[in-house]
Design a protein around this ligand. Sequence first.
Ligand code: CA
Length: 395
Amino acid sequence: MRTVLSAALLLAITGCGAGETGAAASAAAPAADAAPAPSDAVARFASEAGELEVATVAGGLEHPWGLAFLPDGRYLVTERPGRLRIVAADGSLSAPVAGVPEVFAKGQGGLLDVALDPDFATTPWIYLSFSEPGEGGGGTSVARGRWENDALVDVEVIFRQSPKLDSGQHFGSRLVFDREKRLYVTSGDRGTQPNVQPLDLGQGKIFRIERDGSIPADNPFVGRDDAQPAIWSYGHRNVQGAALHPATGALWQTEHGARGGDELNIPEAGKNYGWPVITLGVNYNGMPIGDGKTEAPGMEQPMHQWTPSIAPSGLAFYTADRFPAWQGDLFVGALAFQRVVRLELEGDKVVREEAMLTDLGERIRDVRQGPDGYLYLLTDAANGKLLRVGLAAAN
Ligand SMILES: [Ca+2]
C-alpha cells in the first residue's frame, strides 16, 4: 500500500528541503539486489488533467540518474555509482555497459547524465556526464564513446570542469544539445561559493561545447584571458535539470537553492544568474547567505522559484500528441518534495503550477518525454525504478 506523506513529514525526513543531502547520505547504502521482474500493475493517481497511470518499467536500479531512449526501443539508464545499463522493453537490465569511465563516486558524485548524439543514426556516439577523479579530487566531466554492439568504444573525455575539488557536493550535471548540435553541460558550485562568480574557475557554470569538445567561436567569453572559453552562463548553484525549449530553441534549466530559492532560469549567453551574491534562499541553519541580497545590478532574476525547496532534478517539455492536455507544459522532477511539478507556460512565463504524484512516495531524479509520448521518470533510491506515466482517459 502507498503511504501518503504530509509535507511536514517530508521535511522531517529530508531535512529542510535539503534534497541532495538525503541523496548523499544514502550513497553508502548497499547495492541493490538483482533486478526484480517488472510489475504489470499500474498505480493510479489523481491529477488536474485526469487520472494518471504509473507503470513500473524496471526496478533494481541503484540511484539511477539519467535516461535516454535508444532508437530500437530500449532505454539507457545511468546508475550513480558508475554503471550504464540497457533496459529492455520487458524491464530486464543488462550487465554494466563496457567502456564507461571511472567515476569519482563520492557523495553526490558518480555517473550522471546520458545523451545520444543528435545524428545518432549516422554518428552513433553516446555522451556521459560524470564526476571524474583526478588531481585535487573530482570534477564534472563529459566523455563520449561510439555505440557498438551494446558497448562504448573509442571513449574519450571531451570536457573537464577545472579545477577539481575534494568535495562530494554539487556536480550538476545535465547534457542538452541545441539546434546547432552544440552541447550544453551544466555543473554546480561543488560546495565552494567563492569559485562561482570568477570566470576563470569552472564551478557554478553552464558550459557550451562542440560535440568533439572544441569551443564554439561565438561563445560569450571567447578571446578573454580572464575567463574559461567554454562558459555559457554563470552564477549557478547546482543545475540538475535542463531542457531545450521546443519552440524557441533556448536552454531552460532548474537549480537547487540552499534552504529555499530553487530556481527556473533561461540562461542567456554570458549572463550572471547571481549565486551566491543574490538568492531567495538562506543557509540550512536559517542564517542569510552572504549579505542576504535578493537582487543586484548585472544579475538575473529567476523565471520561477520554489521556497521551500523542492530540490529539482530532471526537466522536460511535453510536445507529444498522445496527451494533448499536457502539450506545451514543462515537467520538473523533485527530490525533497517528492513529486513531479507540471508548469503551464504562456511564452516564457509560468502561469500555473501543479504538484503531481505527491502520493507516489518517491524522490524523482529524472523526467523525460519518451518517443511514445509517455512521460518517463527515474526514482532516486538504492532500489530505484524507471516509471512510465500517462493519462488514463487518453489511452
Ligand atoms: Ca539565481
